[in-house]
Design a binder for this molecule. Structure first.
Ligand code: RBZ
Ligand code: NIO
Length: 372
């Protein structure tokens, strides 16, 4: 496999979603029998879906994929997670594969298929089915506070694997991807990448992850601080950054996001990990965020900073903090609702044009007192 990656081509290869289709969707919303902008955020979502899929007549979503990249992280050995570094990620993968993890339950409920890609889980490869482990580039990653996560070759391989998976999904006719991750220690790594790209200090990006206590948060913060120092010299080279202070899942997700944008495949981002990768991908191709929507905030301060930079507004506020694709799957009924209402042919036009929206004049205390 050729392991070179030319990042420069992405900025010209990633086009904007179809503006004509977006305008068509907006006109169609105006024809529905409802108050102006009556369907709120669904209207923006429907217009986004129409423009991403380039469809003036939006077809309902029929082939949605939950895509979870799984990897272990060297920093987990420092105790920065509440999950066991040994076997924790493998356990999560098993729970998704056997259908008991919340993301699997919800995916069944909403009719989405789940695909797990083991890109660097630290477990015996014979433990998982061939289609799950076949993309693995290594077991785990280096401790990013003191060493590189990956070699340059591993980084490029992981990145290209992510790109190949985007091609596989696009070729299979997937119409929407809900993108999540499984990985003990992953919120520490995500904090480093976002902190490095936003120029913030460790305390401003370090969160509670899987629920760490104050003492562990301090250890996590020191780890992020040390890794931020290691990120600084490679800030201008996104692949080098992913190799020095990222991991195979981060490299693969970044490659996936960029190639998905090239293939015009819309993606819903889940937690702080996909947010970190989205921020790296934006550096590579500035138009790429137009192909994504953010599901929700998971409570990680780094994620909120990343969405600020990406000008992405989360779709729902459910207090879900667990990552693992759960927030992204919870956004699916909203997207289905937007698609279905927009695709519905029985739009009843208004008998007369809607009056322009004028801000309501609210009564002052004097108005009210005059009345009595
Ligand atoms: C029981 C349990 C199930 C989980 N499933 C996902 N995560 C979440 O925790 C991990 C990231 O947090 P950290 O960086 O602190 O390790 C990821 O696997 C994420 O999906 C879980 C966390 C717990 C406790
Ligand atoms: O944002 C996430 O993905 C996240 C946050 C907390 C715990 N696990 C994952």
């Amino acid at each position: 496999m050729d392991t070179t990656v030319d990042l420069d081509t992405f900025s010209s290869l990633v086009e904007r979603p179809d503006e004509g289709a977006r305008r068509g969707a907006e006109e169609r919303w105006q024809q529905l029998a409802m108050p102006r902008d009556g369907l709120g955020r669904l209207q923006e979502l429907g217009a986004w879906l129409a423009s991403a899929r380039g469809e003036r007549e939006l077809r309902p979503l029929t082939s949605t994929r939950v895509l979870l990249f799984a990897a272990d992280h060297g920093v987990a050995a420092l105790g920065v997670s509440t999950l066991e570094p040994r076997g924790g990620t493998a356990d999560r993968v098993r729970a998704v594969l056997d259908g008991t993890a919340p993301v699997a339950v919800l995916a069944r409920r909403y009719g989405a298929d789940v695909r797990v890609v083991d890109i660097a889980v630290d477990a015996d490869p014979n433990e998982f089915p061939e289609d799950v482990v076949r993309h693995r580039v290594r077991r785990g990653s280096g401790r990013i506070d003191v060493e590189d996560a990956l070699t340059a070759d591993e980084t490029a391989r992981a990145f290209r694997t992510g790109m190949a998976i985007a091609d596989e999904e696009a070729d299979a006719g997937t119409d929407l991807v809900l993108l999540g991750d499984l990985g003990v220690g992953a919120t520490t790594v995500a904090a480093v990448l976002i902190g490095a790209l936003c120029g913030t200090d460790a305390a401003a990006v370090t969160g509670r992850g899987s629920g760490v206590d104050d003492r562990t948060w301090m250890v996590k913060c020191a780890t992020v601080r040390d890794a931020l120092r290691r990120a600084r010299p490679v800030l201008g080279d996104q692949l080098a950054l992913l190799g020095a202070t990222g991991g195979a899942d981060f490299a693969a997700i970044t490659g996936f996001l960029l190639q998905a944008a090239v293939r015009k495949l819309p993606v819903v981002l889940d937690g702080v990990v996909s947010a970190a990768c989205a921020l790296v991908a934006q550096r590579i191709a500035f138009r790429s965020p137009e192909w994504w929507r953010a599901a929700a905030l998971t409570g990680e301060p780094a994620q909120a900073k990343a969405y600020d930079r990406l000008t992405l507004t989360p779709l729902h506020e459910t207090g879900v903090t667990m990552g693992e694709g759960v927030s992204a799957v919870l956004a699916l009924p909203l997207l289905q609702a937007a698609g279905d209402t927009l695709a519905e042919p029985a739009a009843v036009p208004h008998a007369k044009p809607l009056p322009p929206r004028v801000p309501a004049k609210l009564p002052t205390a004097a108005d009210l007192l005059d009345r009595y």
